[in-house]
Design a protein around this ligand. Structure first.
Ligand SMILES: Cc1cc2nc3c(=O)[nH]c(=O)nc-3n(C[C@H](O)[C@H](O)[C@H](O)COP(=O)(O)OP(=O)(O)OC[C@H]3O[C@@H](n4cnc5c(N)ncnc54)[C@H](O)[C@@H]3O)c2cc1C
Length: 442
């Protein structure tokens, strides 16, 4: 810890996965490190609390990651998922860093799941966290504290001012109201999207009906701070990853359990009980990501999934129970839909169903009300290979770094790959922390 009047070597803003990886990496290189986290300690950790697996390249099978998954394969899948303008050079470097990620995390106390035990799906592309994201975050917080990272909770960075020595003075609001001086600052505060006003400004009034699947604290205010400090933005603030979620779930932090995954088994109607469909009625694992934007375009941004008992049985378990009724008219009444219109939609739907696509023969009938659930926005600040923030007027800021979701749009301009969010957060966090510590050490 520095003497009272001295600046910290590295101040990390945000205690999610990226911030923790940055703080631990910087501290391991000998830097004095302070980490501030907006959330209270009981909800620390950002969106990784909801996450399960991270993507990592590996040239040989490991007990936690079967088979082989080369960096070239990773990159080519990223090319297919992301819009073409992404920074391919940076992507190659970060993908290369993922090869050592599993061991680095395990050295920090994180435990991975053995795919031969339990119920995780077979995956050579991603490793699953034993105990989920929260267990990983707890291990990393413990490691950080053990090596001397000083953590403050309920501490939101609200202002960033440069200092004559090239470092920064960060204004902190909340329980730890103060100014913190630091030689280098790593901003790992997540992407924008959890601020309802920001969402409305970019997605229109319909965004008021969106669920935010992650935490309310990753609100983009820190990103705005960087933009005001001259940072260049990348990506499109109106492009996002959005999935179908249970409309009865919470506005924030519903996580993965409110996702509706049974859509391929049933009939989807809008609030006028008119059938809603997408071009490819895909039963693949990520079909719900295509349904998210489709529901967002429905009148009022809502839709209803109708199932019968057989379809409900095929569906994965849900956090909230399905709404049930003995007749389709009664179900329509409960959902506030026109009963005749729903009956007609069901009849037309059943007339088309054959083979593996079962008709809905009920009763009883079941329903899930659905709305769009935002995972993240493809928008952030531009960084170089050391995660230094790029300026709008050219060049980079030597003492200001960005890691994690706040810079993910450099790599991912559209779409998503399972496990990419955690992988990017961890490897960019490590790079930023190491580069900041080295810079602070001169
Ligand atoms: C429901 C859900 C499930 C997911 N599942 C997976 C998965 O299985 N695999 C995967 O790879 N990815 C998954 N992701 C994505 C992944 O969780 C994120 O990409 C990753 O956690 C981002 O980490 P981060 O540290 O960059 O940002 P965040 O997790 O957003 O963390 C930012 C942190 O900064 C803090 N903060 C924000 N502003 C300030 C401020 N001004 N001052 C101080 N602190 C601040 C916040 O409180 C938060 O703790 C999922 C996301 C969601 C929403």
């Amino acid at each position: 810890m520095p003497a009272t009047a001295d600046p910290w070597d590295v101040l990390v803003i945000g205690g999610g996965l990226a911030g923790l990886c940055a703080a631990i990496s910087a501290r391991k290189l000998g830097a004095s490190v302070r980490l501030i986290e907006s959330a209270p300690s009981e909800s620390r950790g950002g969106n990784a609390r909801h996450a399960r697996n991270f993507r990592a390249a590996h040239g040989a099978p490991a007990w936690h990651s079967p088979g082989v998954y080369t960096a070239d394969e990773f990159l080519s899948e990223l090319r297919k998922a992301s819009a073409p303008q992404f920074d391919e050079g940076l992507a190659q470097e970060l993908i290369a860093d993922t090869t050592g990620l599993a061991s680095w995390l395990m050295d920090c106390g994180v435990r991975l799941q053995d795919p031969r035990v339990g119920v995780v799906p077979f995956s050579r592309r991603t490793a699953f966290l034993l105990g989920g994201g929260k267990a990983m975050l707890n291990a990393l917080y413990q490691t950080a504290a053990g090596i001397g990272v000083v953590v403050g909770y309920g501490a939101e960075a609200v202002g960033l001012a440069d200092r004559p020595d090239g470092g920064w003075s960060v204004e902190v609001a909340g329980a730890e109201r103060q100014r913190i001086a630091a030689r280098c600052v790593v901003v790992a505060a997540g992407g924008p999207g959890a601020d309802p006003e920001w969402l409305r400004a970019h997605f229109g009034p319909a965004a008021d009906g969106y669920s935010i699947r992650g935490c309310a604290y990753s609100n983009g205010h820190a990103m705005q701070m960087l933009i005001e400090a001259g940072a260049r933005t990348v990506g499109d603030p109106t492009t996002c990853h959005i999935v179908a979620v249970d409309a009865r779930g919470p506005r924030f932090d519903g996580g993965i359990v409110t996702r509706i995954t049974a859509i391929p088994y049933g009939l989807v109607v809008d609030r006028d009980a008119a059938r809603v469909d997408i071009e490819s009625h895909d039963v693949g694992r990520t079909h719900y990501a295509r349904w998210g934007p489709r529901i967002a375009r429905c009148p009022g941004g809502v839709a209803f999934l109708i199932l019968d008992a057989g379809a409900l049985e095929r569906a994965a378990p849900t956090a909230l129970p399905a709404i049930s009724a003995d007749t389709i008219a009664a179900l329509a009444g409960t959902l506030g839909l026109d009963a005749d219109a729903l009956a007609r939609a069901l009849e037309a739907f059943n007339a088309e169903r054959s083979g593996r696509r079962h008709p809905l023969s009920g009763p009883p009938f079941f329903a899930f009300p659905m709305r769009p659930g935002l995972t993240f926005v493809h928008y952030g600040v531009a960084v170089d290979e050391r995660m230094r923030v790029r300026r709008r007027d050219g060049g980079t800021v030597a003492t200001l770094f960005a890691a994690g979701m706040i810079m993910a749009a450099n790599i991912l301009r559209s779409g998503y790959l399972a496990g990419l969010g955690l992988a990017l957060a961890a490897v960019s966090g490590r790079r930023a922390g190491e580069a900041a510590a080295r810079h602070a050490a001169g």
